[in-house]
Structures are given as structure tokens and as C-alpha cells.
Design a protein around this ligand. Structure first.
Ligand code: SF4
Length: 431
């Protein structure tokens, strides 16, 4: 059994919920749905080059907004650096310090060293790209001055607990999101196949491609590569989902639970953060006796059902209980399944809220307002008026309209999301 390490004195402490913020709007959405901290990248020195990322101005604004809401901001400086990449680094680190960032996410030892000398008071969080898989490695990095380690995704719960028992510094683990078939950052597939370097933030995700075999004297003749009869997506992993392991992860004493997905939509970020926030709040409300056996704590089915509505390639618990096998891969498609889609974001709250449309919306449609927590408010759109008060029957993406609905939306909040069910077949989420 995992030792119950989640106490400070006699007080149980719950881990921070750390959310991806690929741009300012995603930052606001993550905070709206309950993130304790967000991570983001600037235009330089960060992986996820296509995540949108923040200009200096938007990063400054994002940090101010987050701090006003009691939320911490960690900035990625996590590329695998070459000599040329150090040009301008010290100025960039100083500018981040001046903006008041709460931590720097770093993987390269050279950048780590530069940061400890240039901005010694800014906490350094070691990125998952540094692949910390054991307690000796964890001790090493804390001795170098790291404040926090994001442990490798390839660890079991027992290994995490062993590391926890060895070191006192902060430990962070990924609980949700896309996985690589390699150790994070140790993959050259994209570089070889497309010239886009995953370690510079430009991965083209060729692990999700469909592969065939070609004999070199017969170009154009494709022989199927089949591990079994289901298909040919031989490197295509399901997405990580450790929701049901949260009680044991909380008990193990980890300090931060991280959600992957800076390149994902506000609908995904808001939807996933919302469920994990509700799950942590559910655990915090349990009586103390429940924690005698964390493995026996379970969530009502509504938690996993709501997660399913955010879009997924299926779910795996990866290495947390046992080594993953072929059933952790998806052989039939590389696309994520999404059974709900966002319709609008609330820009002004009220009984007739003013919303920004994300997918075309018609009068008469049934939608749902995603409240913080797991509840939704089902609604039928009765009428829409545009910004100058003209009645419209259809609103297109980017339009801003006032909504009249059958149920009251007087409790809705700015930055809340309206969604609707898509007309597609839903498949099984968990193993
Ligand atoms: S190709 Fe796939 S496994 Fe490799 S870095 Fe990109 S996402 Fe990860």
C-alpha cells in the first residue's frame, strides 16, 4: 500500500491543479474552470512552437490576470538547446523575472545553469523532457537547485512513492493528455520524416500516421503493416487519463497534477480542468476515515462521463499500475473522437448573455452551459439578436450575439462555455 504522505503537520494538503495555457484565452478558460496554476510559453525558448504562445505583452497581461485570481504562472524555457539558442537568453530570463513569473520550466542543463546564475530567486521546475525516472536522479536535480521535478511519464505509482520517500522537494506528474511512444523529448521521428524537430517544439506527430510496407523495387505497392487485424497505426498511443488514480496519487504526496495540451482548444482545456477540479474538490470533502484505504476511493460515473465529452483518443493509465501493452495503442484511427463541441463563450453574463459564437448556432437548437463543477444547464435557444439588436436565426463562428433561452442563464459567468452534442456514435472510453 502507498504511504499516506499528503499531510503538512496534521493538515491534509491536496496537490495543485496545473493547466496548459497555449494563449491568453486558454489561460482565462483554465482559470475560470478551476486551475490553481497554468503553464505557458513565450515566442522563444519554448517547446510547442505552434501552440500560439505569448508575446511579451500578452504574457504580462496573463500573469497579471492569473495573479489577480490567485493562480500561479510557470513559463516554459524547455527547448533542447544548441549553442546558438543561448543568444538573448539572459535578457529573456530577466524579463520573465520582471514580469513576476512563479517558476521556469527547464529541461536543458545549460539553460538550467544559466537560469540559476541569472535569476537565482525564480524557482526552476525541471521539465518532463529531462526524463527523471529514479530517486538518484531526483536527488541530483534538487541538489542542483531545482524547486520542482516533473517526473517522467513512464513511472509506476510505486516508483513515484519511492521517489517521494527519498526527496522533500516538489514533485509534479502528468495526469491527463496525449502521450509519446518514446520517452518525452527522446524522439527524432518527426525530425527524420518531416524536418520538424520535436525538441524545438515543432513535432509533426508522425507517430500518429498510418504506416505501410513498400518493397523498394515495387514503388506504389503498399503492403499493410498489421500487428493484428485491426490496423496499422503502430505507434499511436491512447491518451493518458489518471482520474481514477487521483486518490492514490494524492495520498502519495505529489505536489502538482499537470494536464497536457497547450495546443488543444479552450473547450478541451476548460472541460478537462473542470473535471479534475471537481474530482479534487470531491476528494477534499471526504471524511478522514476514507483515506485509510485510498485505493478503495472511487468517483461516481459522472466524472469519467464528463471527461469523455472533452474529446479523446481513448484512455490509458500508461505505466502507473503496470507496463502498458498493445491494448494501450489505437490501431484504427489517429483522430481524437469528440462527441460534444463548443458552441459559444460567454462574454457578458446575464439573463440574456452576450456570447461569442465558435460553431454555427441556429435558433431552436439544444445546447448546454458548462458550469464550473460537473453540472450543466440544458437550454433551448429561443431567439438571438446581433450586436445592434437585429433578430437573427443563425450565428456564425466569430459572430457576437445576445441569447434568449428557455431556462434561465442568470447565474452564468463570463468565460463559461456553451456546448452541444454532436451527431456521432460514441465509443468506449476506458480499457
Ligand atoms: S513523433 Fe510522436 S512520439 Fe515522437 S515526439 Fe512527436 S508526438 Fe512524441
Amino acid at each position: 500500500m502507498i504511504k499516506n504522505e499528503s499531510y503538512k503537520g496534521s493538515q491534509r494538503v491536496f496537490p495543485e491543479l496545473l493547466a496548459p495555457a497555449g494563449n491568453y484565452e486558454k489561460l482565462v478558460t483554465a482559470i475560470h474552470y478551476g486551475a490553481d496554476a497554468v503553464y505557458l510559453g513565450g515566442k522563444s525558448f519554448s517547446l510547442r512552437a505552434k501552440a500560439g504562445n505569448f508575446s511579451s505583452e500578452s504574457m504580462r497581461d496573463g500573469i497579471v490576470y492569473a495573479h489577480e485570481h490567485g493562480v500561479k504562472v510557470y513559463v516554459t524555457v524547455n527547448l533542447i538547446a544548441h549553442n546558438k539558442d543561448f543568444a538573448g537568453l539572459t535578457d529573456y530570463l530577466l524579463s520573465l523575472q520582471n514580469m513576476g513569473v512563479d517558476g521556469l520550466i527547464i529541461s536543458d542543463p545549460g539553460i538550467f545553469s544559466c537560469a540559476t546564475k541569472t535569476v537565482p530567486t525564480v524557482p526552476i521546475h525541471l521539465s518532463t523532457q529531462a526524463n527523471v525516472t529514479n530517486k538518484e536522479s531526483a536527488s541530483f536535480w534538487f541538489e542542483q537547485g531545482a524547486r520542482r521535478l516533473n517526473l517522467a511519464r513512464e513511472l509506476s505509482l510505486n516508483e513515484i512513492a519511492e521517489i517521494r520517500n527519498r526527496v522533500r522537494g516538489e514533485l509534479e506528474i502528468f495526469v491527463h493528455g496525449a502521450l509519446c511512444i518514446s520517452y518525452s523529448g527522446r524522439c527524432m521521428l518527426s525530425n527524420y520524416m518531416t524536418g520538424r524537430d520535436a525538441n524545438q517544439g515543432s513535432c509533426a506527430h508522425p507517430c500518429r500516421f498510418s504506416y505501410s510496407l513498400v518493397e523498394e523495387k515495387r514503388p506504389g505497392e503498399y503492403f499493410p503493416v498489421e500487428e493484428d487485424e485491426r490496423g496499422t497505426y503502430i505507434f499511436n498511443s491512447k491518451d493518458l487519463c489518471l482520474l481514477e488514480m487521483l486518490p492514490q496519487l494524492v495520498a502519495s504526496g505529489v505536489d502538482s497534477l499537470k494536464i497536457e495540451g497547450r495546443m488543444k482548444s479552450i473547450f478541451y482545456v476548460g472541460g478537462v480542468v473542470r473535471v479534475y477540479r471537481a474530482a479534487l474538490d470531491y476528494l477534499a470533502a471526504l471524511p478522514e476515515e476514507a483515506w485509510n484505504e485510498p485505493a478503495d476511493i472511487s468517483f461516481p460515473p459522472s466524472f469519467i462521463e464528463e471527461l469523455q465529452r472533452t474529446g479523446t483518443r481513448g484512455a490509458t493509465e500508461n505505466f502507473i499500475k503496470e507496463r502498458p501493452g498493445s491494448h494501450e495503442m489505437i490501431y484504427t484511427s489517429s483522430r481524437a473522437s469528440q462527441f460534444y463541441e463548443p458552441v459559444a463563450v460567454i462574454r457578458k453574463a446575464g439573463d440574456k448573455p452576450f456570447v461569442e459564437i465558435r460553431n454555427a448556432l441556429f435558433v431552436g437548437e439544444e445546447v448546454e452551459y458548462m458550469q464550473p463543477g460537473l453540472d450543466v444547464v440544458p437550454l433551448t435557444i429561443r431567439a438571438m439578436k446581433d450586436e445592434v439588436g437585429e433578430v437573427v436565426n443563425k450565428a456564425n463562428p466569430g459572430n457576437k450575439v445576445f441569447l434568449e433561452t428557455d431556462s434561465s442563464l442568470s447565474d452564468c459567468r463570463v468565460n463559461g462555455i456553451l456546448r452541444r452534442k454532436k451527431n456521432v456514435q460514441q465509443t468506449k472510453y476506458t480499457n
